[in-house]
Design a protein around this ligand. Structure first.
Ligand code: GDP
Ligand code: MG
Length: 161
């Protein structure tokens, strides 16, 4: 039988995607957003910010003991970041595939990292890696009011204005 798309499990899934300072500086913001729009995901939050050490230490808390951690903080605070929340069916898993392997040298062509970067220390973009991770990161980066629910202009409920 027929049922509305919004009742399909996973269709309201949300993930945090962040264009890192190298992505902004290299003017890749438009191309990265285009890939998510083209795929069919819905943009429900967007802002540009200079990330604080406090936010980063919470965001990357699990990497605190890694040798590259100080360099990672330096990288992520080297300029503004564009943070976004994208919504859609299995967006977390799909966006990890769209972003590609953490190490650009191992990322497939066709992925953001595989198309736009060469070294793990400058890998252009962040994507949440799990349902729990996405929830945690979205709460960390966005206030509830900064996330918007909206319907497409061809949605039946917007007809007959
Ligand atoms: P991601 O989920 O694919 O972003 O990868 P991780 O969660 O494992 O690591 C978070 C971020 O830390 C990566 O995106 C890189 O920016 C950085 N990073 C991870 N591994 C390395 C490394 O071996 N060297 C350096 N310089 N940075 C790393
Ligand atoms: Mg990660």
């Amino acid at each position: 039988g027929r049922r509305s798309l919004s009742s399909v499990p996973g269709v309201r899934e949300r993930t945090l995607i962040a264009i890192k300072p190298d992505g902004v500086q290299r003017r890749l913001v438009g191309q990265i957003i285009q890939r998510f729009e083209q795929r069919g995901f819905k943009l429900v939050g967007l802002k540009m910010l200079q990330v604080s050490d406090d936010l980063l230490s919470q965001h990357y808390g699990q990497l605190r003991t890694k040798p590259f951690y100080p360099g990672l903080l330096q990288y992520m605070t080297s300029g503004p970041v564009v943070a976004m929340v994208w919504e859609g069916y299995k967006v977390i898993e799909s966006s990890r595939m769209m972003v590609g392997h953490t190490n650009p040298a191992e990322a497939q062509p066709g992925t953001v990292r595989g198309d736009f970067s060469i070294h793990v220390s400058r890998n252009v973009v962040h994507a949440s890696d799990s349902v729990e991770g996405a929830q945690r990161e979205i709460q960390l980066w966005f206030k509830g009011k900064e996330l918007l629910n909206w319907e497409c202009c061809d949605h039946a409920s917007t007809f007959g204005l």
